[in-house]
Design a protein around this ligand. Structure first.
Ligand code: M6R
Length: 605
């Protein structure tokens, strides 16, 4: 949800900013802009559309500048036009912003009374004016005072006239990282922009301020007293954040799933049994828990649904799963002796973070399952179980989902043991089942030609369905999301038995249906639903594990998933679903990594 970057130092800033924005472009790509210190004045250059257009426009100019800020936008307030593009300038203040100022209309009224005029519909221009209105010579004082009047979420990088070669930063509810190398000081929305220079970074707490002054970085506490920075070490390399020969990040990330799964699972297995000791989760945590709440958004939510099925089945622990944006406003009735799990790749999703805060305020212990180290959700949860997927750049989540699902298995198996639903031998067998499924993932990746050939046939499809029962239904939801978000084919997921209650009316020979049939105990029921579709002329692709038989008349085409049907099939099926989405989008000429209207990290409501 917008990427910001800032630099002050010895290097030509134009390159630092555009390189940084290139690695943050997954956060939004409606417009891009920079503000540069040149000859003791600030020059602003903004451009609607992708960063490449801005780079073209910058050309070889502005080579002398050594300090500036940059922005890549995912539009919230105001259209994705040049005038609404960041940086925004009011009075002596120029800034870039990631987040939303919720009380901006009220602030706008107050500032208009003070004589400010606004050219844009953005909340960011109001923030610039507010900071300018608080400015009496000290940038830090002005920022602190203005922030006290702002409601919402923000990470700002700010330039003040009269303070050449200085960038100031502050955050509330939106991410910000800072770093230094031998040439100068950096700030950015995330590590990807900083990793090419250094793997040592700091994460300012909310309310702390950063000053990048002539290449030096100083951190200030909320009383504006300089403080010792707390440095962290990055565990991602810059290579991991590059395409390494693949045409798209999504393609690369799909192929990274076997390693990501092994990296995530193996530190949590000791003597064949699951443990979250490395994560600091106390042994026996699930012993007394009577109910688990899982809340998340999008793909992470669908992972939560898989988690519910697994945890209820294996550990007999009741689980409620809810969309974070609904949960947070519903005044939920939370039972004593319950716990919660928040799932988030980025660790910054605004609705998931708000759900976490609500749960904590109600005294419910929260476990976060997060991929991005040091992110807000990771920091605020009582316990954080990091997934080790490595950086995920493509907007469409793939490997991060698989490792989240792996965590669901581990939680289910661990909780089953702690609740004495299964004994150690049974736990060991379940862990073996999980490891066997992981070892089969390369086999699914090797099926790409077969999957691509099906996906090519979707070139002119306008609408399709994904159906399944039980775990297969949760997977169908993820499969349909993957397809629609990157190929723009309308896709809906249905519990297979529910189709006949209305939606079957939409099935025609032009409505392909992907039927997931990997759960042995539900197979005959799902096959009946496939037949119902076939009888209406709907072309059915069946995704069936190799041990399960279905009659030839139940589908037009079958893709056979390696391994056995049952609880571990999701780890294999999802790869097929991801590849269907990927190859369909590629066939339709879509921008796979940067689908329209979307952004990777959703830090607004
Ligand atoms: O970073 P998060 O996992 O919290 O993001 C939640 C959703 O925005 C995300 O899963 C989204 O649905 C996927 N990128 C879609 O592929």
């Amino acid at each position: 949800m917008c990427g910001i970057v800032g630099y002050s130092g010895l290097k030509p800033v134009r390159q630092v900013l555009t390189d940084g924005l290139a690695s943050l472009e997954y956060r939004g790509y409606d417009s891009a802009g920079v503000a540069l210190w040149e000859n003791d004045a600030v020059t602003v250059i903004r451009q609607q559309g992708r960063l490449s257009k801005l780079v073209e426009r910058l050309g070889l100019m502005h080579e002398q500048s050594r300090c500036g800020i940059g922005h890549t936008r995912w539009a919230t307030h105001g259209q994705p036009s040049e005038v609404n593009a960041h940086p925004h300038r009011q009075g002596r203040v120029t800034l870039v912003h990631n987040g939303i100022i919720e009380n901006y209309l009220q602030l706008r009224e107050e500032l208009e009374k003070k004589g400010y005029h606004f050219q844009t519909q953005t909340d960011t221009e109001i923030a610039a004016a507010l900071i300018d209105s608080c400015y009496t010579g000290s940038p830090l004082e002005a920022i602190r005072k203005a922030c006290a009047g702002m409601e919402g979420a923000y990470a700002f990088a700010i330039l003040f006239d009269g303070h050449p070669n200085c960038v100031y930063g502050v955050r509330l509810g939106s991410p910000l990282v800072a770093a230094v190398d031998e040439t100068g000081a950096y700030l950015a929305s995330d590590l990807a922009a900083i990793l090419p220079y250094t793997d040592r970074y700091l994460l300012p707490e909310e309310g702390e301020l950063l000053a990048l002054e002539n290449g030096r970085l100083t951190c200030y506490d909320s009383d504006l007293q300089p403080m010792e920075p707390v440095w962290k070490q990055a565990h991602w390399s810059v290579e991991q954040a590059q395409k390494e020969g693949y045409r798209y990040f999504m393609e690369k990330e799909i192929h990274e799933q076997p390693q990501a799964l092994r990296r995530t699972i193996s530190p949590r297995i000791e003597d064949g049994l699951p443990t979250f000791g490395v994560d600091g989760l106390p042994a026996g945590f699930f012993q007394k828990i009577r109910r688990l709440y899982i809340t998340a958004c999008g793909t992470a939510l669908y992972c939560g649904m898989v988690g519910k099925a697994l945890i209820e089945k294996i550990a007999r622990l009741p689980v409620e799963v809810e969309v974070a944006s609904e949960f947070r406003y519903r005044d939920p009735i939370l039972e004593p002796d319950s716990a919660a799990v928040i799932i988030s790749q980025s660790g910054e999703t605004a609705d998931s973070l708000a759900a976490l805060r609500l749960l904590k305020a109600r005294g419910i212990p929260v476990i976060a399952i997060v991929n991005v180290v040091g992110s807000s959700i990771a920091r605020e949860a009582d316990y954080c179980l990091y997934t080790y997927a490595g950086p995920e750049i493509a907007v469409a989540t793939t490997k991060a989902y698989s490792v989240q699902v792996a965590m669901m298995y581990l939680i289910a198996i661990l909780a089953a043991g702690e609740r004495q639903v299964v004994d150690q031998e049974q736990q060991r067998r379940l862990i073996e089942g999980l490891e066997e499924a992981v070892e089969l993932t390369p086999k699914v990746l090797a099926m790409k030609e077969e999957i691509r050939s099906y996906a090519r046939g979707l070139r002119d499809t306008e609408s399709m369905f994904y159906i399944g029962r039980g775990l297969d239904y949760s997977l169908a939801l993820e499969g349909s999301l993957k397809l629609k978000e990157i190929s723009y084919i309308h896709a809906e997921a249905y519990a297979a038995g529910e189709l006949k209650h209305g939606t079957l009316a939409l099935v025609t020979p032009h409505t392909p249906v992907v039927a997931l049939a990997t759960q042995p105990e539900l197979l005959s029921k799902t096959v009946s639903n496939m037949r119902e579709v076939m009888a209406r002329g709907g072309p059915v692709l069946a995704l069936v594990t190799e041990d399960l038989e279905i009659d030839a008349g139940a589908c037009d085409q079958r893709i056979t998933i390696p391994g056995k049907g049952g609880i571990f099939a999701p780890l294999l099926v999802v790869i097929v679903l991801q590849m269907i989405g990927f190859y369909a989008a590629e066939e339709r000429g879509c921008d796979v990594d940067k689908p329209r209207n979307l952004a990777k990290s959703v830090t607004v409501e």
